[in-house]
Design a protein around this ligand. Structure first.
Ligand code: RB5
Length: 151
């Protein structure tokens, strides 16, 4: 069983809540970082919060939802060590873990129904990183995280 940080904006919190309930039923520990209402909020705040929880060691993996799964994934990927993958199906979820060592699965509530999302989430949680040639590539992502900041 894993500790899963979950977060969403107003366009994704219903799917986040449904998946969080499913995770709890499945025996996982859920760290809910909000949002929890339809009041308009900004997805970067929630994607960053999920990634920070993982980097800080408070969670093993994360789930992040917005309208498309795209903006919140971009936010996850801005945090050093955050690897957010927008997933639309079981195959993208499996390869996000196996090849990219993604640590946050991202869904778009406007694009992906709850049943598909549940199955993809199950696959994400049960797949391990393959390492090998993929480890070198993921390490290069970490190097890019440290790239020169021109400001
Ligand atoms: C919010 O309206 C929407 O733009 C957001 O949830 C997300 O889809 C952005 O990527």
């Amino acid at each position: 069983m894993a500790r899963i940080a979950v977060g969403a904006d107003h366009a994704g919190f219903r799917l986040k809540d449904e998946l969080a309930a499913y995770l709890r039923t499945s025996g996982h520990e859920v760290l809910d970082l909000g949002t929890n209402s339809p009041e308009s909020v900004d997805y970067p705040d929630y994607g960053a919060a999920v990634a920070r929880a993982i980097v800080a060691g408070e969670a093993d993996l994360g789930l992040a939802c917005c309208g498309t799964g795209l903006g919140i994934a971009m936010a996850v990927n801005k945090i050093y060590g955050g690897r957010g993958a927008p997933c639309h199906d079981v195959t993208s979820a499996r390869l996000a873990r196996a090849h990219n060592n993604a640590n946050v699965i991202c869904f778009g509530e406007r694009l992906t129904g709850p049943e598909v999302a549940r199955e993809a989430l199950d696959m994400f949680l049960s797949t391990t990183f393959e390492g090998g040639r993929h480890a070198r590539r993921v390490e290069k992502l970490t190097v890019l995280d440290r790239e020169y900041d021109p400001r």
